[in-house]
Ligand binder design. Structure first.
Ligand code: HEM
Length: 478
């Protein structure tokens, strides 16, 4: 409180701020309890809540107007902690970079998620769904199936085959089990770092057992991605025409390459180096599979627990396909309007990316308070999506909240599972297409019965929103 920054921070409501340690004592609790504690903050202190320790100022915002102010502006695209904690793994890839580097990369990679490319990916989603259905068929006689495992395997393979153009050969398959474990362990370390003062500070962190464990995990993770890149480069050497044929037939412009090919082409033109390719591949492998996998896992669990909604989706499928078991086309997917509302409602209740942050380098007015420059602005998407004033009875699963007429008057920043503004999710269309393809195919063939009930889920906050325990459902043939 002896400087302007401290005095401004002190005006923002929040839990008691102790000298030096700030609010960190309250957060030294187990993972699941921490999740519950964080949920109490905006209920107790309102739309703007101050948090911090040492000279770190963190401000939580929960109001769509304040969120819009931060996310919609190109002024506030900088990211510091906690994203810097991911730099050992993701380097300065699209998720963690900012400024000119972020702008260049975003411009380079945006065409890799163009509609025409998604059309091509759709075939892969179908093939992977077919594979998954075979595994589901083998589970039908079982009383319960751990869906998280089934699905994360599928989403990892889908992102490898589409964005990376890499078929998961046996070597890579074998590594993938290690990859999942590594990501979960890294997520747990990250959350500890955010909440523990001596782990938050780089200088003290480097001497801890957590830092040593992180180094070991990174070896596995980077080994996995380097294999994926090596495999694709070998393939492109044997088939050089793929990079040369990068022209759109209609516009005669460049822009038909999948993500990794685009990066390799850029490297051949002298744009980026091996390490920079590795950081983007790590970023997209992680963001492209873990987010979608958790979103699907929660969604399938909830559908099993909502038989009437499940039935309505099935009726929608019947109206599109009749009694035919032909595979879906992109046009069919567009017709699945009710299913889309259900996915949106599921992402409201279970936003796989439940928390995002920005770093402001100048003072900004939020909710009537002046937030000082060099503060971290934290947006808890999970809490925003559960505001009673925006979503009455927020725990109820009501897909109709997303019918066009019910969306008209909603604040554009009241629903942000894919974030919003210039740094929104580059893969959101990819994710929606993948989720619709998979869930529609499952529900056409199987009825889901609940095993894990939605009321029993114990959430934990990691790199993505997770359940503390495995999630089970029962698959029954139709
Ligand atoms: C249900 C699935 C998904 C959800 C809920 C989701 C959510 C988000 C959110 C909230 C952000 C903003 C992060 C931040 O500002 O810190 C984001 C960014 C990002 N997402 Fe997704 N995502 C999903 C799927 C995907 C997929 C499938 C990909 C890639 C294939 C992807 C790639 C990325 C990347 C690279 C960024 C960083 C973008 C940038 O900063 O320019 N995401 N995502």
């Amino acid at each position: 409180r002896f400087c302007r920054r401290g005095r401004l921070r002190a005006k923002v409501p929040g839990p008691t701020y102790w000298p030096l340690v700030g609010n960190t004592l309250e957060t030294l609790i187990p993972h699941d309890k921490l999740f519950i504690y964080l949920r109490t903050l905006n209920k107790k202190y309102g739309d703007v809540v101050g948090f911090g320790a040492l000279d770190i100022v963190a401000i939580n915002i929960y109001n769509p107007n304040d969120i819009e102010k931060i996310l919609s502006s190109t002024k506030y695209i900088e990211k510091q902690q906690p994203y810097t904690f991911l730099r050992g793994w993701l380097g300065e890839g699209l998720l963690t970079s900012y400024g000119k580097k972020w702008q260049r990369r975003r411009k380079l990679l945006t065409p890799a998620f163009h509609f025409n490319i998604l059309r091509r990916f759709f075939r892969t989603f179908e093939e992977e769904t077919e594979e998954l259905l075979k595994k589901v068929e083998a589970e039908v006689s079982n009383e319960r199936t751990d869906i998280g495992k089934l699905i994360s395997n599928m989403t990892l393979k889908a992102v490898c085959k589409t964005a990376m153009g890499t078929s998961m050969n046996e070597g890579i398959q074998a590594l993938s089990a290690k990859y999942f474990d590594a990501i979960q362990n890294l997520g747990a370390i990250l959350v500890r770092r955010i909440c523990t003062l001596w782990l938050f500070v780089d200088f003290t962190y480097q001497f801890t057992s957590y830092a040593r464990k992180e180094q070991k995990i990174l070896k596995d993770l980077h080994g996995f991605t380097r294999d994926v890149i090596r495999q694709r480069k070998t393939y492109l050497k044997q088939n050089p025409s793929i990079l040369n044929l990068d022209y759109d037939d209609e516009t005669n412009k460049k822009g038909r390459l999948a993500m990794l090919d685009l990066l390799i082409q850029n490297q051949n033109e002298g744009g980026i180096d091996d390490e920079e390719i590795r950081e983007e591949v790590d970023t997209f492998m992680f963001r492209g599979h873990d987010t979608t996998s958790m979103a699907l896992t929660f969604f399938i669990m909830r559908l099993a627990d909502e038989p009437q909604i499940q039935e309505k989706i099935y009726q929608e499928m019947k109206s599109i396909f009749g009694d035919s078991d032909r595979p879906a086309t992109m046009e069919d997917i567009k017709e699945m309007k009710y299913l889309e509302c259900c996915i949106k409602e599921s992402l409201r209740i279970y936003p796989s990316v439940h928390y995002i942050a920005r770093y402001v380098t100048e003072d900004v007015e939020l909710g009537g308070y002046t937030v000082p420059a060099n503060s971290i602005i934290q947006i808890h998407i999970y809490d925003l999506h559960r505001r009673e004033d925006l979503y009455p009875e927020p725990e109820r699963f009501v897909p109709e909240r997303f019918s066009p007429e019910n969306c008209v008057n909603r604040h554009p920043y009241a629903y942000i599972p894919f974030s919003a503004g210039p740094r929104n999710c580059i893969g959101q269309k990819f994710a929606m297409l993948e989720m619709k393809t998979l869930v529609s195919s499952i529900l056409r063939k199987y009825r889901l019965e609940p095993v894990t009930r939605h009321k029993d889920i114990v959430f934990v906050s990691e790199l993505v929103l997770r359940s503390r325990d495995p999630i089970y459902v029962k698959f029954c043939s139709r």
